[in-house]
Design a protein around this ligand. Structure first.
Ligand SMILES: *Cc1c(COP(=O)(O)O)cnc(C)c1O
Length: 392
């Protein structure tokens, strides 16, 4: 217990060295650019809802930023995942492979398609799906039949591999894409947390068939609520737009629809906020990197924890700064959470693993030793952009 109280005191002190003595949230949005102006312009135009120039501008700018050929703005990241999975061909009764270590939205979107989430393990280096373990698992547990991957235990088709870029750190997509190709899986990337994160020069969310972003209030940029679907396929891009806009057929006056679709379009009011926030993104990213560097210096001498850094050959957006305890120990983790929150520094553990949630308890899963260990080792610490100014 002595070692634990020493660690708690050192962690609180290290965070305070960086962020000062004020209370800190985990992640707060910042509206110091053109946010008010664009939202006011939007209100003055009366186009606050599902059509308007800010939506088109936001989508154009997302294309430019990410390099995706098509970007469709939607109401939130969960809706983006739902549509991306449908467009990747997920049908009722299929299975989708995703990490157990993720936010519940990733698994919920699979359930919305009446498909079964099938949980796989993560790796320490990227915090994303472990491609090596996944390959071994699929070799042992699936067969390729008529060009699709079949789970031998359930007899169901495994249609899609759904990696997630945890806290903004890119998953090992090169290895995951190789596994997907060998096992006939389509790839949808949950890039909700990784706007501004790159693998080499490729933006996360553009390496699979489709990718999704989130602009919720706690993400790197926010539209209030919002998300986007990214794809290089003209056909899927057009379908994404169609399915998220009630399946309405383009016509000057007729109101006609050719499919049961969704009202998932991002309102113009939210897109106005998004356009202003995108202008701030380069600044947020350098501030977040500066915050990482400051924490790295502050934690250099603290034994028992490491600060999570970007994977090799990748550029992370450093959305959430993360401590990794040397040993998985719930008592130590909870003591640290207690000490930091009591000191006014908001911290939190990783999400409850998906297979521990009541609705996903009976879903199929690979052995999850690393995810189980990471859940006891990860702590997110105050991460707002602007806590430390970037050198200019
Ligand atoms: C934020 C997030 C989403 C989407 O969340 P919304 O709140 O619906 O925008 C999806 N997956 C992950 C991993 C997330 O962190």
């Amino acid at each position: 217990m002595h070692a634990t109280s020493r660690l708690c005191a050192e962690v609180v002190a290290a965070i305070k060295t960086v962020v000062g003595h004020d209370k800190q949230q985990l992640h707060e949005p910042r509206f110091k650019g053109n946010e008010s102006r664009y939202v006011q312009d939007c209100i003055a135009s009366t186009f606050v809802s599902s059509v308007g120039p800010f939506v088109n501008r936001f989508e154009d700018e997302l294309r430019t930023l990410t390099g995706a050929a098509h970007a469709v703005a939607v109401v939130n990241g969960t809706a983006a995942l739902h549509i991306a999975l449908l467009l990747a061909g997920v049908k009722p009764g299929d299975e989708v492979l995703l990490p157990a270590l993720t936010f519940v939205a990733t698994a919920n979107a699979v359930a919305y398609c009446q498909a079964t989430p099938h949980f796989v393990d993560s790796e320490v280096g990227t915090l994303g799906i472990d491609a090596f373990a996944l390959r071994e698992y699929l070799l042992a547990n699936t067969v390729i039949q008529d060009g699709v991957c079949v789970n031998r235990a359930s007899g169901r088709v495994i249609r899609v591999l759904l990696p997630m870029h945890t806290f903004g750190h890119p998953a090992n997509m090169e290895a995951l894409l190789a596994v997907a190709s060998d096992f006939h899986l389509r790839v949808v990337e949950d890039a909700a947390e990784s706007l501004g994160s790159y693998i080499g020069k490729r933006h996360t969310g553009t390496l699979g068939l489709l990718g999704t972003l989130s602009f919720n209030g706690n993400k790197t940029i926010t539209t209030g609520g919002g998300g986007a679907i990214l794809t290089d396929s003209a056909e899927l891009g057009a379908k994404a737009k169609h399915l998220t806009t009630t399946g309405k057929m383009a016509h000057r006056w007729e109101y006609t629809h050719d499919t049961v679709a969704y009202n998932y379009r991002m309102p113009n009011l939210n897109a106005a906020l998004g356009v202003a926030q995108l202008e701030q993104l380069p600044r947020f990213l350098s501030q977040k990197r500066a915050l990482f560097n400051a924490y790295a210096a502050a934690f250099a001498g603290v034994r028992g924890v490491q600060l999570v850094h970007e994977p090799q050959s990748c550029t992370s957006n450093y959305w959430l700064q993360t401590l990794l305890l040397d040993t998985p120990d719930a008592a130590v983790r909870d003591a640290l959470l207690d000490a930091t929150n009591a000191a006014g520094l908001m911290t939190r553990p990783a999400w409850t693993l998906m297979h521990h949630l009541p609705m996903f308890r009976d879903m199929p899963r690979a052995p999850l030793p690393v995810a189980e260990s990471l859940a006891l080792r990860l702590i997110n610490i105050p991460s707002s952009a602007g806590l430390v100014e970037a050198a200019t």
